[in-house]
Design a protein around this ligand. Sequence first.
Ligand SMILES: [Zn+2]
Length: 244
Amino acid sequence: MERCLRGFGLRQPFWLEARSSYPTHPRAPFHKMRPFRVRARARARARARAQARARARTRARARAQAQARAKYSDEWVETPSGALRAWYVCRQTFGGQYAECGTLIPSKLWQRRDQDIASSKQKWYCVCCTTRYRTKYGMLVEVHAKGLSTFMLAEVSNTDAEDVRAMYLERKLAPKDYNDLWAKIDDVKPMKPDDILRPITKNELKITEGVDEGMVSKFLNVKSLEDLPKWDWDQLFSILGPKS
Ligand SMILES: [Zn+2]
């Protein structure tokens, strides 16, 4: 310290605190060099922080996009002992003036309002009656085991159940990114629908663009739907439970 200052022919002024190290280059007076280094280091740190924030934002966006896409898988779980599928159904009643719409549509085939799949304002419209999906319509669940299907009515799923499906999708599809996940999610129909569903006829479709009518079905008898057992999403965990 003393040595370095002597190199400049200077003495330490009283207003400077003693430091353990000062620049020693003879052509770079410390009173100029130090602020420059501090500024450069601060800039580098700020840049690194901004880059980290940008990376975190990108990751969060990718996670949100993947989460939104995973919700379009109607197949929830498939194990050697059984499978679980669930569909959003249109149960528009038209105020009782007409027969209930009663349509089962694979998730990817509902007409979407927003191009951005993950849009928080996303809405879905029935391809048969163009009604917007409402959560009160609920879902139809098919539990398939040993070649037999049991159909149940359910409320819309919860996040715990959706986490189970996400893990199942990750294992089954091993998607590279959210676009890959979207491409790998197939439209599925019920496996044994004959007792409660029928295929639709072409003229029952109001929205045909991008819709494979072979994938859409109608309930044979909407009145008997209320007689179906109720599915509780917590039961999903017992399907996955310890194998007997
Ligand atoms: Zn409908």
